[in-house]
Design a protein around this ligand. Sequence first.
Ligand SMILES: [Zn+2]
Length: 251
Amino acid sequence: MREYNRLRTDLVIANRILAFEEVVDAYGHVSIRNPVNPNHFYMSHSVAPGMVTQEDIVEHDLEGRAVDGDTRPLYLERFIHAGVYAARPDVNSVVHAHAEAILPYGIATGTPLRPVIHSGSFIGPHVPVWNIADRFGDTNLLVTNMDQARDLAAALADNNVALMRGHGFVAAARSLIEVVRLSVYLPRNARVLTTALTLGGEITSLSEGEINQRNQEAYGPYSTATWRTWEHWANRCGCGHMVTRPENPGE
Ligand SMILES: [Zn+2]
């Protein structure tokens, strides 16, 4: 029970951070896989992320249905999370958001989104773009069923991020802290790349070797460096008093 309370509290903190850092607004969501039952995940019901509390967290199954008879309205795009968890056993946390800075890279083919700053390394070397129209024709662009979610998860494949044409992005990581960190730095990296493009000339991206080095050496959910960002962001959004570090975090 103590573990479950901590998980729900961490999910509240993640919601508040993503809202405060303007990764999400009234829309967008973050989830975490149930560590006991990998076929379930936790996410708020349909509440703006900046207002989510512990009581709003609902357990979902991998078809996007609420379990335990919860009848509160759910996020329309909860299927995104179900699709990624079903396809990626290595993923324990997912974010979907519409951050404006990344949107140009989902509609323009001239410059792919790629890591250009050190903190953008978590994006990974390749960011696929998923176009819902390729398979589903004219839609309202939202992922509203499992067929669409499975298609998106297939486009994401083994990558950390996929852009969704004219819509937003999905980010996947092995922990909640990592997916929040990735989602905060993704729009920042996009803004730097967009600014650099206006300056003209060649763009120098992080090499695959640089990305690998950062991911191997400087990257653990409970490493001193990563924990520092979690504490910093939690304090900024008024959740500093809710932060607890696990006793045996593993890494
Ligand atoms: Zn969306």
